[in-house]
Design a protein. Structure first.
Length: 310
């Protein structure tokens, strides 16, 4: 092995540093738990499990109801099933020495080596840093949810929080792609749109699913994208306390405005298109050319005044 070497110096203080970096972390996964979430979700979730894949620089987050052996094994199983779906197999799993025998038994059954470290050791367990990154990203998302909506949906937000977090992280394997692309493949926003989690909106109800004088839409809260559907979003319906997937909706964000074109901009765009059309079709008769030129000059003057007033 020939690990990369890095050296630095500070001339003023005459201090010299030398570092040898070990790159033998292929197939390494780290995992840890966050502290108890301040609010219990509607589904009874209270903790967040965090797994970090070193070579992909990807972070996986899953909600957990408690810290029992049953819940721990269940979330480990979900994470390892994700690895199998992506044709990636870990070689060594690093976690703190507080893990239970049931978790150790499950990991060893997957033919993965285990390395136990002391809790809160940031130098050995990279999941500690991943936990911090996941918490900060989740806090940023919760800061933009609608004020009138409930925070008890935080566990429903986690899938999209995980996706957006990995989209802004660079892969260790290939710095030219994101951690999301390295793990799941290229993301197509046109096929799978997104919206800020916790945004209130209206979800359309099809005529065959509503009564004659029933409302045509329900008040809903956007919780996640719908990766298995084409151009749909997933919403939480407070009336039914269940999620619904639809592609006909209207979002009403609280902290930002939906991008729209003002009436003034629409007028200028229309006038520009008219000028472009008339300048490309110049008449051949002399009198018509003069009339044509006067009309073009008048339209140009109107447009210039509109732009100046803006």
């Amino acid at each position: 092995m020939h690990p990369p070497e890095e050296a630095c110096s500070a001339q003023n203080d005459e201090m010299f540093c030398f570092a040898v970096v070990n790159e033998s972390k292929a197939g390494t996964i780290y995992s840890d738990l966050t502290g108890r979430f301040p609010v219990q979700s509607f589904t009874g979730m209270q903790y967040i499990f965090v797994a970090y894949i070193y070579t992909k620089n990807a972070i996986l987050i899953r909600a957990m109801p408690n810290r029992t052996d049953e819940s721990m094994v269940k979330v480990f199983k979900e994470v390892y099933e994700t690895f199998e779906e992506r044709n990636w197999k870990p070689k060594i799993h690093i976690l703190d020495n507080e893990c239970s025998k049931a978790v150790k038994k499950f990991i060893l059954a997957k033919n993965v080596n285990i390395q136990l470290v002391e809790p809160h050791n940031h130098r050995v367990n990279a999941a500690e840093t991943a936990v911090k990154a996941a918490k900060y990203h989740l806090i940023a998302g919760l800061a933009t949810i609608d004020k009138e909506r409930t925070i008890q949906l935080w566990d429903k937000f986690l899938p999209q929080v995980e996706d957006t977090m990995n989209m802004i992280r660079t892969s260790q394997n290939n710095p030219g792609i994101s951690a999301y692309e390295d793990l799941h493949g290229k993301f197509d926003f046109n096929r799978t749109p997104m919206a800020p989690v916790g945004t209130k909106g209206l979800a359309f109800i099809s005529p065959d699913k509503r009564k004659t004088f029933a409302p045509h839409a329900h008040d809903v809260i956007q919780v996640d994208r719908a990766p298995s559907h084409y151009r749909l979003l997933q919403f939480w319906n407070p009336r039914t306390h269940a999620c619904t997937v639809t592609g006909t909706y209207k979002l009403h964000p609280t902290h930002c405005r939906m991008p729209t074109i003002s009436e003034g901009d629409q007028t200028i765009i229309a006038a520009t298109e008219l000028v472009r059309a008339w300048t490309s079709n110049v008449p051949k008769a002399c009198q018509m050319k003069d009339d044509h030129a006067r009309v073009i000059a008048k339209l140009t003057e109107i447009m210039n005044k509109s732009i100046l007033h803006k």
